[in-house]
Write a protein that binds this ligand. Sequence first.
Ligand code: AMP
Ligand code: GLY
Length: 424
Amino acid sequence: MSDVLIIGNGGREHALGWKLNQSPHVKKIFFASGNGGTSENISISPNEINKLLDFAKKKKCFIVVGPEEPLSKGIVNSFENNGLTIFGPRKEAAELETSKVWAKNFMKKYEIKTACFRTFSNIEQAKDYVQKNDKKLVVKTNGIVAGKGVIVCNSKQEAFEALERIMVRKEFGDAGSSVVIEEQLCGEEISFIIMTDGKTIIPLASSQDHKRIYNDDKGPNTGGMGAYSPTPLVDEKLHDKIMINIMQKTISGMNNENRKFRGFLYAGIMIKDGEPYVLEFNVRMGDPECQPIMMRMGSDLYKYMEYCVNDKLDELEYMRWSKRSAVCVVMASKGYPRNYEKGKKITGLDKIITNTVSVFHAGTACNDGQIVTNGGRVFGVTAVGNGIENTIKNVYNAVSKITWDGVYYRTDIGKKALMYLTKI
Ligand code: AMP
Ligand code: GLY
């Protein structure tokens, strides 16, 4: 039996904790710094690596890292150097997410399909490229800025404006000192996540996120407004293509670069004419994809993580998955992904009494027993059930019971799966 320290404070970390808590090998779970829905919170932020190290050394716990930022700062390198057991990629492997320029060049080198691209650190050259290009483009900051550094442009004018915001007004700071400009791909976007120890690749269940703030994928990108699993968009044939042409190539390419990848690896994939193209890599679990995926996972997550950090995944079978569907609806604060208010009193949580629904907390805090809003994405309400249609109804029924002043959520989460299923 082991104590676990989960680093992070979102819905993803609450869902990982919910699942790890079911393991017979887990004694106690600490969250740094957690949220209003997690217990045993310690008040150290995910980026205070030295303080986290002191805590983990004292408790001798198994550490699971949720978000990318501590990974990009080398938390795994530092903990491993101190003899601790930590689940996640080392800094040099995390570059797959933390530098879009590096990731795009890596994909080119290892012939992993992705949108055609050029990289620039000089604005005049970037503008010239936009001027001469007749395709619709996407402008991306090289560094990570919580999902906000990607601007999908529908005209040259919008691309110029994006370059201006990134490279002249420096709205995204240093992350925008160089940019990737790539061709806009049209198709359906899905999330494909694996667990790997750098040798063996274990695929998790497929899922689909809803990135834009408004229904029908309108408005600006967010961290994700809801997700469901499995997605009918990933059939067996596509699954095999993704495993062979993307995941295996990536893991062996990383070994070849001397950047062995260990942990969760998430590929955001656009399916265009039946072919999978990588939009981005994330070196961690998806949020909110994690919430429905955890609710369907039949295997002991802790055991897989433990085998993964010991490079023994080849000793385990593929994971077991419930045949049921899971749907997660993100309830957000009015104004997200831009400015929003915090501290709004939340009511109705006590009305959710079925074990087919889990209310995973994200931006919440607990003030003297009262749960209040404390972030942009507040909850990931997640239902599991037979069939996607029925599960969508159940999740929205639960969502309708929870409220606060300024609550916002999309009302079409999962609709794409229904549309696709009625088409085939
Ligand atoms: P990224 O962080 O690179 O995945 O970009 C965030 C979101 O922007 C993606 O989830 C897509 O919805 C969109 N996006 C990024 N790159 C492209 C592209 N080449 N074509 C179309 N949409 C894109
Ligand atoms: N749901 C998108 C992400 O985790 O980056």
